[in-house]
Ligand binder design. Structure first.
Ligand code: C2E
Ligand code: MG
Length: 515
């Protein structure tokens, strides 16, 4: 090998080495660039994700804290903001005011549900502008109830707020003023739960008997005593529910054509350790609209489902049970979910349950109530208007709502069954109901004469002391047993738990065969 060749080889090797070095350097540069780009990209992605999450959270918070109709803060917002103010401030110079529109029922009846919603928005708008001007906390708590927290206990100032709100609602429309009714609760202890403070203000609100003369009341010592007694009774009731001290009585509902029991109304009784068996009139009115009644309703609905399941499992033909639904449930569709849970847990056919919706709860015909009733119907429940005639329920509601029957109110019947004119009204009312395919029921039938009159004018089903008082389950079973037609007909089949277990065994067996 000549020196020149060696030199050439050396130069070549040097060039290759240099090339590799440069290539590696380039690679590293690219790699570094790639890594930087990638991490920038990741960082951007992370930031975008964070922003999105923040926006979603803000949106969710907004939904959770804003009343969807009035677009101002709701009950949760009020509780949270009130608690914050209590934490941020020393002293207890606070007053909580609640108010509702006492003539809201008339708005819905006279102008329809859309106008009812407009009245709520109108009230909220007026509250917002006053609240922003006077810098107090305000909210639309629920339904037709509004709440205010002010940092003052000065009676003139508090009454001034009530007057300003009243004044602002006078021009709802040319011919109609909205009439608010206020409860004023001066806060003495900040540790009391805000919901309890709201209850106290509402208790005061209920004291406004003649709202035209004075539409506000302060929470007084006397009310405080009543509040404490109610609280004690509510505690007692909750305890009694746990100990199963509430009994389900059944009152037979009789078909006037066949004189057979075709259904039974479930009515609650409290087996009180000192006072004996208490009628619902002794305790229900005290708790109307509260969570105690909500719980009691759930309890009774479960009793109804259990009873039907027990009948089926004992091969007794199940009697459809009519259940009372308190108006407080009409605020939302939550109770429909509860009903569905119960019917599926106890495998009860929804056709065996009739839901009695009190006329006083639905007469306003607000859009919320209409949608709840439609939803009940869509879920497969049979619906009846209870105490029909006790108020002035607009007759168009009967055609607008998916109702199956009306139950005429006892006092309405007593007023009309005794005079010629009254009988004519009843006759036409029943004929009209039949025309639109509604079954007509009547309650409170105490004499044979009443039963005959009702048969004559076309009533289908009746219930009353003439046939039977509400009786306990054992008595009802005995009464039912003594009547004919209590065994299944060939075309009826209600699967018992035993049948279902057998079915499960069969399914299990078939599955095993196939594997
Ligand atoms: P309602 O739904 O109108 O029930 C009919 C009421 O009339 C029952 O009173 C029944 O005992 C009574 N009654 C039946 N036949 C006659 C009669 O011939 N003459 C007379 N004078 N009265 C008769 P009760 O059991 O005292 O119930 C009162 C109200 O309490 C019920 O009125 C209903 O609104 C409510 N209620 C009862 N049980 C429940 C329940 O479980 N849940 C709810 N939410 N409310 C219930
Ligand atoms: Mg009823």
């Amino acid at each position: 090998m000549t020196p020149t060749t060696i030199l050439v080889i050396l130069i070549l090797l040097l060039a290759i080495g240099l090339g590799i070095c440069l290539y590696q350097l380039n690679l590293e540069k690219h790699y570094y660039q790639y890594k930087t780009d990638k991490s920038d990209h990741l960082e951007n992605q992370l930031k975008e994700e964070k922003d999105k999450n923040k926006q979603t959270l803000e949106r969710l918070n907004k939904i959770a804290y804003i009343n969807p109709i009035s677009k101002i803060g709701n009950l949760d917002y009020f509780i949270s903001e009130t608690t914050k103010q209590f934490l941020d401030t020393e002293g207890t110079e606070f007053t909580l005011i609640t108010y509702n529109i006492s003539n809201m029922g008339s708005v819905n009846k006279l102008f329809g549900p859309t106008e009812g919603d407009r009245a709520v928005k109108f009230t909220a708008d007026k509250l917002r502008s006053l609240g922003q001007r006077q810098r107090f906390l305000y909210a639309h708590l629920y339904s037709n109830l509004f709440g205010i927290l002010v940092k003052s206990k000065e009676p003139d100032y508090l009454i001034g707020i009530a007057r300003s709100i009243t004044e602002s609602l006078t021009d709802f429309n040319d011919s109609f003023a909205l009439e608010p009714s206020f409860g004023i609760y001066e806060i003495t202890r900040l540790t009391v739960p805000v919901t309890e403070m709201i209850n106290c203000a509402m208790l005061a609100q209920n004291m406004n008997k003649n709202k035209k003369v004075c539409n506000y009341s302060f929470y007084t010592e006397e009310l405080d005593k009543q509040f404490k007694e109610n609280k004690e009774m509510s505690r007692e009731m909750e305890e009694a529910m746990e100990q199963h001290k509430f009994l389900m009585y059944l009152q037979p509902m009789v078909d006037l054509r066949t004189f057979q029991i075709v259904a039974a109304e479930a009515l609650v009784r409290w087996d009180h350790p000192e006072k004996g068996i208490l009628s619902p009139y002794a305790f229900l009115p005290l708790f109307e609209g509260t969570s105690v009644v909500e719980k009691l309703d759930y309890y009774m609905w479960e009793e109804c489902c259990k009873t039907i399941r027990r009948w089926i499992d004992n091969k007794i033909k199940p009697t459809p049970i009519t259940m009372n639904i308190s108006p407080l449930h009409f605020e939302s569709t939550k109770f429909i979910q509860k009903l569905n849970e119960l019917t599926s847990h106890y495998l009860v056919d929804k056709q065996l349950l009739i839901l009695e919706l009190p006329e006083r709860g639905i007469a306003s015909g607000s859009s919320g109530i209409i949608s709840v009733i439609n939803s009940l119907h869509d879920n497969g429940y049979t619906l009846s208007i209870d105490g029909f005639g006790s108020m002035y329920c607009p007759l168009n509601l009967l055609t607008d709502l998916p109702i199956d029957s009306i139950k005429l109110d006892r006092s309405f019947l007593n007023r009309h069954l005794t005079s010629e004119n009254g009988m004519t009204i009843l006759r036409y009312l029943i004929a009209m109901a039949k025309e639109i395919n509604l079954e007509v029921q009547a309650e409170g039938i105490e004499t044979e004469e009443q039963a005959n009159l009702l048969t004559e004018i076309g009533t289908d089903i009746v219930q009353g002391y003439f046939f039977s008082k509400p009786i306990d389950l054992r008595e009802f079973d005995m009464l039912n047993k003594s009547m004919v037609n209590k065994v299944y007909r060939g075309d009826e089949y209600y699967p018992t738990f035993e049948d279902l277990e057998k079915d499960l065994d069969l399914i299990d067996y078939l599955l095993k065969q196939n594997t």
